[in-house]
Every structure is written in structure tokens, then in C-alpha cells.
Design a protein around this ligand. Structure first.
Ligand code: BEZ
Length: 401
């Protein structure tokens, strides 16, 4: 529910002052002190996909964010929250208008979003131009914590190359010699594949073909035919959400699952196993989370999330939860006064987040440094079978902070 507080400044004009005090006495206006912002609600703009191939990801992030706030007594820095929600449709063309609406029309204090890297790149520009605090709970566009890094922009998820680098190392260690990659042609896909290729080739492998299709297309047949003809040792793909469900099923239906090993970043099998069924069994992925991560925080988080939403959480829920945890850490340090920006940023930069993935800190450019797990699909679970890379950082790549 929206509740607004009207500001009334004391005036020297007798008539105006008289009118104001009459209104105050009548209870029609609320008096406001200079620190009134601390008493009012913090406005959170959730800009996420609620339709399209990433719809389930947007919902999980929203749920995770709200769960962390509820666990903090429904408050952040002692203040209640007011949510403003926009469905960004994973459409970069609509992103500047959507972000501007939240900032200029709704006057949000904090922007939270999004899933799609192209949308996040546009959002981060708007956030930088308006100096609005932005917390990214998924989109991994490398540039955002690289050359485009900013004091007011934070990420609680990953950078796109991180899980790819981890899988490239694992496949090279397993002595795979040749790989084909396939993904949607946009920042996330290109950078994920880029991370895989860099690490796989550094370990002695060779990417023999890089295949792309436009986002969010899911007509995979011609690509599967080409993969079958190329016969690589391994196929690395980046797909997520509805696209990941369809790809994994199509790969198995084409008869490739038992002949050419399919791997990817964990998005390929996260939040999708119910729909993928048998087609996903045994797939190896690399990710900064897995259902079975063994720590007390994860056990408590999984139980609380399942109780609140009647579904099991996935990596997106964790990232949304951690976005709220990061904001809570910052807001606590400034006692809810988000206008103390320098102290707020400092507290967020130095926060150690007690995440269900395992505790993590941020790089200088505001990206998590975390373990990347190796997972294997067993039933409805991405079972953690090892740590592919310990404490993987995000190369600073031109960040001038
Ligand atoms: C991205 O666009 O950055 C992205 C989307 C879904 C899952 C992971 C990354």
C-alpha cells in the first residue's frame, strides 16, 4: 500500500504560516522535521522480468528479496519499505524508459534489477546518470563491474564469465580436447562462452565452433544437427529459464545426451529441473550455488523460503535474498538515512554477506568473490560434488573506482 508524507516548510509569511498551522491542527498536513526522510518508507524499485523466458527468474528474485526484508522485521535501517514494480520484459529497448519511470516518476531511493544483461547495461547507465543506488541481483554483464563500474552500482550475483571460466577449467582437467559452444547472441551468452573458451584453451582444449542464435529464440534443431556432425568431445551452452528447459529437452530428444557431453553454467539446470525431468539427469554445471550447499544459513534459508512460497528456492532466489542483505547492511550503518551516501557505499563495499551460497565479500568493483561449485543433476537436485574454483574473483578489467 502506498502512503505518502507531505513536507511542509516553516514560512515567515504570516498568512501562509497561519494557514499551515491551521491545517496542521486540523490534521490535514503532517509536520516534517529535517530528518523526516528517515521516518518515511524507503522506496524500492523492482525492475525485473515477470513475463517471457526469464519470468520465473524475476519472481524468484522478488521472493528472495522480500524474504530477507521480512526476516529483518519488515524494515531496512529501521524504516519500512514501499515497493514499485515494473515488468522489464527482458527487453533492452524498453529499459531506459522503465528505469526513468521508477526514478523520476516514483522517486525510488533504490533500484533493484535485473536478470537480462542488455537491460541491466541500460539500467546502470540511467542509475549512473541520476546517481541512484542500483543493486543487480542477477544480470552478469562483465562491463558493469569492469569499465562501467560506479560507486552507486553493486551486484550480488556473478559476472558472466565466472561460471564459464570454472567449467572451462573442469573440462580441460578432464582432458576434453574439443568443444562446441552454443548460446543466445547477447552479452550474457557471449561472455559466458568467452569465459569457458579462455579457460578451456588455456588448459589445452580447443573450441572448434562457436554457434549463436538471437535472444530469446528456441528453435534449436539446425544447431543440434550441426553439433551432431561436428562430434566435439563436449558442448558448452548458456541458456536460462524457459530457453534452458527447451534446450535440455531438445538435446536429449535429438539423441545427443548419451553421445556428446553437454555442460554449462548452472543456469542451464537451476529452477528448471521439474520441467526438464529425465533429460537433465547427470548433467554437469558450474555455479556459485547448489541446493546441497552445506552450511547453517542455507538450511535455514531453504526452510524459510519453502515455508513462505511453497516452492524450493533456486540460485535466483539466493541472489535476490543477498541483494536485500547487502542493502540492509548498508542502511544499518547509516541508521536508515540513505542520503549519507558515502557512508552507505562504504558499508556496502566492506560488508561480508552471510549468503546461503557461503559467506562472500565484494571486489573493489562491487562484484561477489565466491566459490564456484561443480554440480551434477540428481533427481530434482543440483547436487554439489565439489568446488571447481575457490574464491573466484572478477578481473577488474578497467574499473577506475
Ligand atoms: C544475463 O542476461 O546476464 C543472464 C540471464 C539469465 C541467467 C544468467 C544471466
Amino acid at each position: 500500500m502506498t502512503q505518502r508524507t507531505h513536507r511542509v516548510r516553516p514560512t515567515v509569511g504570516g498568512r501562509i504560516a497561519g494557514l499551515a498551522s491551521a491545517l496542521l491542527m486540523a490534521g490535514l498536513l503532517l509536520p516534517v522535521s529535517p530528518v523526516s526522510a528517515q521516518g518515511s518508507r524507503i522506496k524500492i524499485g523492482l525492475m525485473l522480468p515477470y513475463t517471457g523466458t526469464f519470468a520465473a527468474l524475476g519472481t524468484a528474485i522478488t521472493n528472495g528479496f522480500k524474504l530477507a526484508v521480512e526476516e529483518n522485521g519488515g524494515k531496512v535501517g529501521g524504516r519500512e519499505l514501499e515497493y514499485f514494480t515494473v515488468d522489464d520484459e527482458s527487453d533492452p529497448a524498453k529499459a531506459p524508459e522503465n528505469a526513468n519511470k521508477l526514478i523520476k516518476r516514483d522517486n525510488v531511493d533504490v533500484l533493484v534489477g535485473t536478470v537480462h544483461s542488455g537491460v541491466a547495461l541500460a539500467m546502470s547507465k540511467v542509475a549512473r546518470d541520476n546517481n541512484t543506488l542500483l543493486i543487480i541481483p542477477n544480470a552478469g554483464a562483465d562491463e558493469i563491474t569492469g569499465p562501467l563500474c560506479a560507486a552507486n552500482v553493486f551486484r550480488t550475483s556473478f559476472s558472466n564469465s565466472q561460471p564459464g571460466i570454472a567449467m572451462g577449467r573442469v573440462m580441460a582437467e578432464q582432458k576434453k580436447k574439443t568443444a562446441v559452444t552454443l548460446t543466445w547472441k547477447y552479452a550474457a551468452g557471449e561472455e559466458s562462452v568467452g569465459g569457458f573458451k579462455e579457460a578451456f584453451e588455456a588448459g589445452g582444449g580447443k573450441v572448434v565452433k562457436e554457434l549463436f542464435l538471437p535472444f530469446p529464440q528456441v528453435e534449436f534443431q539446425s544447431y543440434l544437427t550441426e553439433i551432431a556432425a561436428l562430434k566435439p568431445d563436449v558442448v558448452y551452452v548458456f541458456f536460462a529459464g524457459g530457453g534452458a528447459v527447451k534446450f535440455v529437452k531438445d538435446y536429449a530428444a535429438a539423441g545427443l545426451k548419451n553421445t556428446i557431453q553437454l555442460v554449462g553454467p548452472g543456469f542451464l539446470t537451476d529452477g528448471t529441473l521439474e520441467a526438464q525431468g529425465d533429460a537433465a539427469q547427470g548433467l554437469l554445471t558450474t555455479m556459485h550455488y547448489g541446493e546441497g550447499v552445506s552450511n547453517p544459513k542455507n538450511a535455514a534459508f531453504r526452510a524459510a523460503y519453502a515455508k513462505a512460497y511453497k516452492v524450493d528456492p533456486d540460485v535466483y532466489a539466493v541472489q535476490g535474498y543477498d541483494a536485500a542483505q547487502l542493502l540492509i547492511a548498508g542502511a544499518k550503518a547509516v541508521n536508515g538515512d540513505l542520503t549519507k551516501r558515502a557512508e552507505l557505499v562504504k558499508a556496502m563495499e566492506t560488508a561480508k554477506i552471510d549468503s546461503p551460497r557461503g559467506a562472500f565479500a565484494l571486489t573493489r568493483s562491487h562484484n561477489p568473490i565466491h566459490d564456484i561449485y561443480l554440480r551434477r543433476v540428481e533427481g530434482k537436485e543440483n547436487k554439489v560434488i565439489g568446488v571447481a574454483v575457490k574464491n573466484l574473483t572478477d578481473p577488474p578489467r578497467g574499473c577506475k573506482l
